[in-house]
Design a protein around this ligand. Structure first.
Ligand code: SF4
Length: 1020
């Protein structure tokens, strides 16, 4: 059959191979089994006959050739994760030199993962321990790692466990029948895989393009076999694949389209809306994500909510399922010494399916005899009993604690109480009995020794899942089955031993990365796939989401055990981590070139967690320019009504229509008051609804009699109306935004956690008189970080595990940046969290607020806390840690037109505190330090301005307050990220609106102050 003209190059080349060798055995190596399956389906759909074509991975083919021989000789496959437990045990057995930065329980856990990764890479590169030992490299803790690597290799040998490296080595010795051998360009080939492939297919044929416009991944088949030309002469790549060769043209706009989105949630929903709106068949859609975090959880959530069937090439994190969350929670509970709060959280989250108690299906008797009613016990009820009994930590105290509240209740019944109270107490007794039964089973599951084995831990996990794991939905069942299989494999895998708490913590860590439901593309389902596996289904619509610079192309971090330079010196066979950074861009071009239909590219332009603007990646911008598009269409929160995917979106889209308004006002009549306020605001330039009270309010003016904070003054300087809402009316925005899939902590919580860690660390280092040293202090900093994270997690349980992990990574990066930055500094820290007016007394701290006179009319009483005071040769420095971005900070104008006051005010306060403490010298500079990964340790600081300058900025604002004029007028656009924007952003007024105010005699009392503050000439 002739090939269809629109077949893309990879399918056309496979078709040509099949045509040239119709009956020969043809082995074509592909990166994964799924890809092989998807390619086979795409060939079938295109009508290509592929008799005797084997689409397989190098590892699968090696297993086919060598596995039976290995098994016959008594070898067993290495179970995924079992080597992690071995490595932990090996690290804990080692005698680390005292003070070594790897010594300590946290480090042992992290170190096991890092060492294991390096050891696996060395084995796949066929570099034995002796070669590493003789290499001319200075590894940190070199001899320790070489010992570990040697032990690891010996363990595999002694236990007769084969990994992929063994399989490839063994398969090279096996004879392989004559075949035509081909390989897809993108197939990764470690040294051992490469040697195996060349042993069976030399020469072989390439399936790929002759020029992608970008070098391929370092150890891909493309690079390994770069001298070989692709099969056949034609290379029909999709137009997007030409982005770095011939370029894309405006005429390609039908096949390559770009979209921007307000936030990542809208990016996902926008793509789905567009497909649904245009009636695209679900099995014609492939959605590609560039970054698992945060896109995969978002896609899972959105597809589930909208009831759109989908399969996931890389599966979904088990942390998005109830059995997964419950099992991980179970291991964390053990790791934390059976912590009461951990268990309560698990129960309150309704993650446990409560097993039968008192004989009959999950019920327990309430009341007595024939008149008794039967009621299901709820996990929240068990949680309540635990809290009431104060079960505490450890595995033994619970029974005594429950026994004592039971005895107390029984005692009260026997003492004689009213009939009503007796019934209440009996119900309570039944609850205690139910809780007792649940806890009895739960506490009996973990191994009862403090030292135990992986086998016992895995069995405990399986028993927990069996007794308490949900299996109500299909997803629950699949997750539970998959976890059961994993635990069974681990239980049978080996004899690693360790402390109960450590093995539990590692088990929780390993399972957090477990995925379920990995699947091929199926009819009737959208296919969701990570970028490196995308492009093989031949579907008509491909969407590539996550193309803003925050997620694409991402960063590659170096292996701390073997840095890139050291890798290069050990052997050219090891992949250099820095080379990995360009791999996503290459896969992007490959996917675009393979796409047989239209490709939609999306990038988010806003980080909705903090309102920060984000930017499209360089390649997205390049495509936009090549297509000649200035302003791409934008996916917004409120869609057009035709694009709405749910009832709620329809109502949002129609919210301005009379019918919807009438309906809403009928349900919520108090909203009429809001409508009335809107009308009143538009009736006059300024009235009571705009914040002008129409009378003087001198009692509200800041003075030396009532302490204020710097943030309060900054709110006034940003918008007097914001000051009025927050500090006069006391209107509080909702405390905590709803947790999002890509985020655990709200920005405020994130900032305070980071502050706390940095304070604890600096206090510790400083009290020992040490200077910060990144090599020496990394372990200590990490200990503070994880300890504080654990405290926060107790208080703020993470709903989304991915969000939790993203935040942890952000925090890890922030503290590493902090350490690197501090290591370079030569100043002496002399104060941390130096508070004034907060009731604390310390070296510089004073319990009372500090009075500041800025000029004759501006005097105030300030309270607050200075994050950090350093002493340098020139004097003192004030630093405030900022966990966010520098957006809204201006290095050239540190006062930002009068809105950023804290740094200057704190400098004046420090002068006062130094004088009180009798310390010489004054504040030489003050500013902000941004240790976040966004700003990479940037410092903005300046010599403090004169007090009179700050006084001049504040004077007209104080006067406006005294006149009772809390207007929604701003010098800069302050509404965008204001907590009150839903209340009054639409009424905001700027300079250009003030003419009408000055023309209105009614508003005369605040003319002058307003004109001075706004820096405008008054016309009236
Ligand atoms: S939304 Fe705008 S006008 Fe309203 S308080 Fe905030 S900054 Fe002021």
């Amino acid at each position: 059959m002739p090939d269809s003209p629109q077949l893309r190059y990879h399918l056309a080349q496979l078709a040509e191979l099949c045509r040239n060798y119709p009956f020969d055995r043809k082995i074509v190596f592909v990166p994964s089994r799924q890809i092989g399956h998807n390619l086979g389906t795409a060939l079938l759909r295109a009508g290509v006959s592929w008799v005797n074509l084997h689409l397989t991975t190098p590892a699968d083919w090696a297993a086919k050739l060598a596995e039976s021989k290995l098994k016959a000789a008594g070898w067993r496959p290495l179970v995924q994760g079992a080597d992690h437990f071995f490595m932990l045990e090996a690290i804990q057995r080692m005698e680390w030199p005292s003070g070594h930065s790897f010594d300590g329980s946290y480090s042992a856990m992290g170190l096991a993962a890092t060492c294991l990764k390096t050891a696996r890479a060395l084995r796949m590169a066929e570099i034995p321990p002796e070669t590493l030992a003789s290499a001319d490299v200075a590894l940190p803790g070199r001899s320790m790692f070489i010992d570990l690597y040697t032990t690891y290799c010996e363990w595999l040998e002694d236990e007769q466990l084969y990994d992929e490296a063994t399989l490839f080595a063994e398969a090279q010795k096996a004879s392989s029948p004559d075949s035509i051998v081909g390989i897809l360009d993108e197939t990764p080939l470690s040294e051992s895989a490469y040697r195996f492939i060349t042993s069976i297919g030399n020469p072989l044929v390439r399936i790929g393009r002759s020029d992608y416009g970008k070098p391929g991944p370092q150890h891909s088949a493309l690079v390994r076999f770069q001298q070989t030309s692709p099969v056949g002469s034609g290379e029909s790549a999709g137009p997007g694949g030409r982005v770095q060769t011939d370029g894309i043209f405006a005429s390609d706009g039908d096949l390559v389209q770009i979209r921007e989105a307000v936030g990542i949630e809208n990016e996902v929903r926008g793509v789905l809306r567009e497909y649904v709106r245009h009636g695209v068949s679900l099995d014609g859609i492939e959605i590609v994500y560039t970054s698992e975090d945060p896109y995969l959880p978002l896609l899972v959530d959105s597809l589930e909510q909208l009831d759109l069937p989908a399969t996931f090439a890389a599966g979904i994190p088990v942390t998005l399922t109830r059995p997964g969350q419950a099992l991980i929670g179970f291991f964390r509970w053990i790791a934390k010494d059976f912590d009461q709060d951990e268990l309560v959280r698990l129960l309150r989250s309704r993650l446990l399916f409560l097993p039968p108690v008192n004989g009959t299906a999950r019920s327990y008797a309430v009341g007595d005899g024939a008149s008794s009613s039967r009621k299901m016990i709820e996990s929240t009820e068990v949680a309540r009993i635990i809290l009431e009994a104060r079960v505490g930590p450890g595995r033994t105290s619970w029974a005594t604690a429950l026994g004592s509240i039971r005895a107390r209740t029984e005692g009260e019944i026997s003492a004689g109480i009213s009939e009503g109270r007796r019934r209440h107490h009996e119900r309570r007794l039944a609850l205690i009995r139910g809780a007792n039964s649940v806890l009895n089973k739960l506490y009996s599951l973990p191994p009862d020794s403090e030292h135990t084995s992986l086998r016992e831990m895995a069995r405990a996990g399986a028993a927990f899942l069996d007794g308490f794991g949900w299996k109500q939905t299909h997803r629950d069942k699949r997750a539970r089955d998959s976890l059961m299989d994993r635990l069974t494999d681990l239980a049978e895998s080996g004899s690693a031993r360790g402390r109960l708490h450590d093995l539990s913590a590692l088990m929780a860590e390993l399972l957090t990365g477990h995925k379920v439901e990995a699947a091929i593309a199926r009819p009737g389902h959208i296919y969701v796939v990570p970028l490196e596996r995308a492009g093989y289904t031949g579907r008509g619509e491909t969407a590539i989401i996550g193309l803003s610079e925050t997620t694409f192309p991402g960063v590659a971090t170096e292996d701390p055990i073997l840095l890139d330079d050291e890798r290069a010196r050990v052997s050219g066979r090891l992949v250099l981590q820095r080379a990995r950074a360009s791999e996503p861009a290459w896969h992007f071009i490959r996917t675009m070139g393979m796409a047989s239909g239209r490709v939609t590219l999306t990038a988010s332009r806003r980080d909705t967690t903090d309102g920060r603007e984000t930017y499209p990646s360089a390649i997205f911008e390049q495509i936009r320019e090549q297509l000649g598009i200035k302003h791409p269409p934008v996916y917004r929160t409120v869609p057009d009504v035709e694009a709405a995917l749910s009832g709620a979106e329809v109502v949002m889209a129609l919210r301005g229509t009379m019918a919807v308004m009438r309906e809403v006002l009928h349900e919520r009549p108090w909203l009429l008051n809001g409508l009335q306020a809107v009308r009143n605001r538009s009736a006059v330039p300024f009235g009571p609804h705009d914040g002008w009270l129409g009378r003087e309010t001198p009692e509200l003016r800041p003075s030396v009699t009532k302490a204020v904070s710097a943030s309060r003054l900054e709110a006034l300087a940003a918008c007097p109306h914001r000051y009025f809402l927050r500090y006069v009316l006391g209107v509080r925005p909702p405390d905590q935004e709803e947790e999002r899939p890509g985020q655990w902590l709200a920005p405020l919580e994130f900032g305070s956690l980071l502050h706390e860690v940095l304070r604890k660390f600096m206090e510790g280092v400083s009290s020992r008189g040490e200077a910060v040293d990144v090599d020496r202090h990394t372990g200590e900093m990490m200990d503070h970080l994880y300890e504080t994270v654990s405290l926060y997690r107790d208080r703020l349980p993470a709903r989304y595990e991915t969000g939790y992990r993203i935040d942890i990574r952000r925090l890890e990066r922030a503290v590493q940046i902090f350490l690197a930055e501090e290591s370079r500094r030569r100043t002496e820290p002399v104060g941390f969290e130096v508070s004034f007016g907060m009731g604390n007394r310390g070296d510089l701290a004073v319990p009372e607020p500090v009075a500041l006179k800025l000029d004759d009319d501006v005097q105030l009483l300030l309270r607050g806390s200075i994050d950090r005071v350093d002493r340098s040769d020139d004097g003192y420095e004030v630093w405030d840690y900022k966990s966010g971005s520098t957006y809204d900070y201006d290095e050239a104008d540190m006062l930002s037109g009068g809105r950023r006051l804290q740094w200057a005010l704190y400098a004046y306060v420090l002068d006062e505190l130094l004088a009180r403490a009798g310390m010489n010298g004054g504040t030489q500079s003050s500013g902000y330090f941004f240790p976040s990964d966004r700003e990479h340790g940037l410092r903005l600081s300046a010599k403090p301005p004169s007090r009179a300058e700050v006084g001049n900025r504040l004077a007209p604002l104080f006067e406006l307050v005294g006149k009772g004029a809390f207007l929604h007028v701003q010098k800069n656009k302050a509404c965008t990220y204001c907590d009150y924007r839903s209340i009054c952003a639409l009424e905001r007024k700027g300079k250009k609106d003030l003419g009408v105010v000055f023309d209105d005699p009614v508003t005369r009392p605040f003319y002058d102050a307003l004109a001075t503050w706004m820096d405008v000439e008054r016309t009236g």
